[in-house]
Design a protein around this ligand. Structure first.
Ligand code: GLU
Length: 453
């Protein structure tokens, strides 16, 4: 069988088996389609059916999360942990709390995490989890009771050498604190079982900033490799969560004018450059909506709808909100808007038509699994600090993050060139991430059961 028909057969089976998992299918087919040249060079991976095995989670857990709201009513949510691949290290990946969470979303995120984590060069496997709980409008006490119930079940499946969850959309320092406290109560031990912890109980400096800072370090490399630089550029950033906030902060520090931030209702345009302190106050302290920015900052404006439909001129598109936030029609307008590069802070924010539109327009494209790997990279550094029972300085961790992002860009660019696709940083990231995992799976052999009859 040729490599191309092998890839096709895996995708066909995948679609037949799980026809109702569109996000997972989108992520899997985007990766598999760029892997064909690797299989031509490594037929042993086909023989060992590495692709058939890599698209199947090693374990997918679904559980009930009952909790009591402030009115005394009993609520029920659905929780997930998908432990996708442990070939190169313990399962690692965030927990997402959002009403859209279902098995397809968690599988797409877990699948992406395998290759992202591999790209960091650190020894971490891929996983993801979460629940269809909506933290919006909930009191602290409700969030705490929910997190405690979530961890009561999750604690059975995680551990410092087994699976180490962290934050994602809807899970920040507050939620990690409640989850960690409950784990400790249940197990009677302090263990480095979550990352993104508070600094007073084993967290790492620079973890909060890591995904956003890492995105800008990556974008810097992407531009430099193509004869451009960050200074003086105008950027549109979507989102107003942890990734967007720290991407804005680092971009502005390096001379970029960030003109937007957004949430699921609308977006702010501030031609003077987003005032990140105001965004932090609204989102991190008040847990409010981004609309409030326009009431506080002179000459800024709030508009309803998607920021990707805004009529603006800018150089850099940095989607930091959520999956499939940019479609083909929106992406087709980027060239005329002046966009030279897209780098993804969110996971899979560009749908397949959008990615095709970037390529057709000659726009540089930095895919999520490379561009946003800084968060999980610093999570792995947090795990290492916990094992050593030491904490490193902000400068040390930030320096390591910078080195890792430079490495990720170079490894992706080199892999793309080696396989005859120079400048295709998506194919390069997929190939570089895949090779290490495939190699580890190949040399570890398969799980087989002895016939005892
Ligand atoms: N949720 C983040 C991501 O998408 C971070 C995961 C982690 O730190 O484990 O990579």
């Amino acid at each position: 069988m040729s490599a191309a028909s092998y890839v096709q057969s895996i995708l066909t089976t995948l679609k037949q088996r799980d026809p109702n998992q569109p996000e997972f299918f989108e992520a899997a087919s985007a990766l598999l389609k760029t892997i064909t040249p690797v299989l031509e060079k490594h037929p042993e991976y086909m023989k060992a059916n590495i692709l058939g095995r890599i698209v199947e989670p090693e374990r997918a857990i679904q559980f009930a999360i009952p909790w009591q709201d402030d009115k005394g009513q009993i609520q029920i949510n659905r929780g997930f942990r998908v432990q996708f691949n442990s070939a190169i290290g313990p399962y690692k990946g965030g927990l997402r709390l959002h009403p859209s969470v279902n098995l397809s979303i968690v599988k797409f995120l877990g699948f992406e995490q395998i290759f992202k984590n591999s790209l960091t060069t650190l020894p971490i496997g891929g996983a993801k989890g979460g629940a269809d709980f909506d933290p919006k409008g909930k009191s602290n006490a409700e969030v705490m009771r929910f997190c405690q119930s979530f961890m009561t079940e999750l604690s059975k499946y995680i551990g410092p050498d087994l699976d180490v969850p962290a934050g994602d959309i809807g899970v920040g320092a507050r939620e990690i604190g409640y989850l960690y406290g409950q784990y400790k109560r249940l197990k009677g031990a302090q263990r480095g079982v979550l990352t993104g912890k508070g600094l007073s109980y084993g967290g790492s400096l620079a973890r909060t900033e890591a995904t956003g800072y890492g995105l800008i370090y990556y974008t810097d490399e992407l531009l430099k490799a193509n004869g451009e630089s960050l200074a003086g550029k105008r950027a549109v950033i979507s989102g107003a969560g942890n990734v967007a906030i720290y991407a804005t902060q680092k971009a502005e520090e390096l001379g970029v004018k960030v003109i937007t931030v957004s949430d699921s209702n609308g977006y702010i345009v501030d031609e003077n450059g987003i005032d990140v302190a105001v965004v932090k106050q609204i989102k991190e302290v008040e847990r409010g909506r981004i609309k409030a920015y326009a009431d506080r900052v002179a000459d800024s404006h709030y508009y309803e709808g998607s920021v990707w439909d805004a009529d603006l001129q800018y150089d850099l598109a940095l989607p930091c909100a959520t999956q499939n936030e940019i479609d083909g029609t929106q992406a087709a307008r980027f060239k005329a808007a002046g966009v030279i590069a897209v780098a993804e802070g969110a996971n899979m924010p560009s749908d397949p038509e959008a990615i095709t539109a970037y390529t057709d327009a000659g726009i540089l494209y930095g895919p999520a699994k490379a561009a946003n790997a800084g968060g999980v990279a610093v999570s792995a550094l947090e795990m290492s600090q916990n094992s050593r029972r030491l904490s490193d300085s902000f400068e040390k961790v930030d320096g390591q993050l910078h080195d890792i992002m430079q490495h990720i860009f170079k490894a992706s660019a080199d892999a793309a060139a080696e396989y005859g696709m120079a400048g295709d940083y998506e194919a390069g990231a997929n190939i570089a991430g895949f090779l290490k995992v495939a190699d580890a799976m190949y040399y570890q052999g398969m799980k087989v059961y002895l016939d005892i009859n």
